[in-house]
Design a protein around this ligand. Structure first.
Ligand code: SAM
Length: 174
């Protein structure tokens, strides 16, 4: 517990060098925030940062959905994302539905990135989209307009896991 508490107190971009980071913009639904924390912990993310308007990560519904992620994953509510953008400059990826966005599967994801995911209704705010290095879209061949934000987080983070594992070892089933 003491080691975990020290890690939470020292949550700065510097101590998380080399790790992916997730920044949520106004994700309000506690079940979504909890599911995102669970997925981020499973994917080995360095920290999840909750921007303005996100559900409180200590809310009971968040704790339930996160299934213990709070014990293994640094989580912080932040007002100013600027130092975090600066720490991953060149690799700040904002997820969005825009036609012009880069398809996820065209990105090289072996180096650590800062991922931005947006609110259930409004998406990532325009000011944050403007400072991102790329807007990234998950291709959706089906008829829906968008994915649930927690599903989008899982697709992106586990694409990065897949690319890193493929670098380490070729598949055993062709
Ligand atoms: N109306 C919103 C918009 O236009 O962005 C839709 C928000 S969507 C329900 C919530 C968040 O999930 C988005 O901000 C984005 O982070 C992520 N998301 C959902 N589907 C996505 C997709 N196909 N590609 C990239 N991100 C997606």
């Amino acid at each position: 517990v003491a080691r975990f508490a020290r890690r939470m107190l020292a949550l700065t971009p510097e101590v998380l060098a080399g790790r992916d980071l997730v920044l949520l913009d106004g994700v309000q639904e506690p079940g979504n925030v909890g599911a995102i924390l669970r997925t981020a912990a499973a994917a080995g993310v360095g920290a999840v940062l909750l921007g303005p308007g996100c559900a409180d990560h200590w809310a009971p519904k968040v704790l339930r959905a996160a299934m213990g992620a709070h014990f293994v994953l640094p989580i912080a509510a932040i007002d100013d994302p600027e130092p975090w953008f600066a720490a991953r400059r060149g690799r700040v990826f904002a997820t969005a539905l825009a036609e012009k966005a880069v398809p996820l599967y065209a990105l090289g994801l072996k180096a650590p990135a800062l991922w931005l995911f947006g609110a259930e209704g409004a998406g990532v705010r325009p000011e944050w989209l403007a400072v991102a290095d790329a807007c990234v879209r998950i291709p959706m061949p089906g008829a829906m307009e968008s994915l649930n934000v927690a599903a989008a987080v899982a697709v992106c983070l586990f694409e990065a896991v897949r690319q890193r594992l493929c670098q380490a070892k070729k598949g055993v089933v062709s």
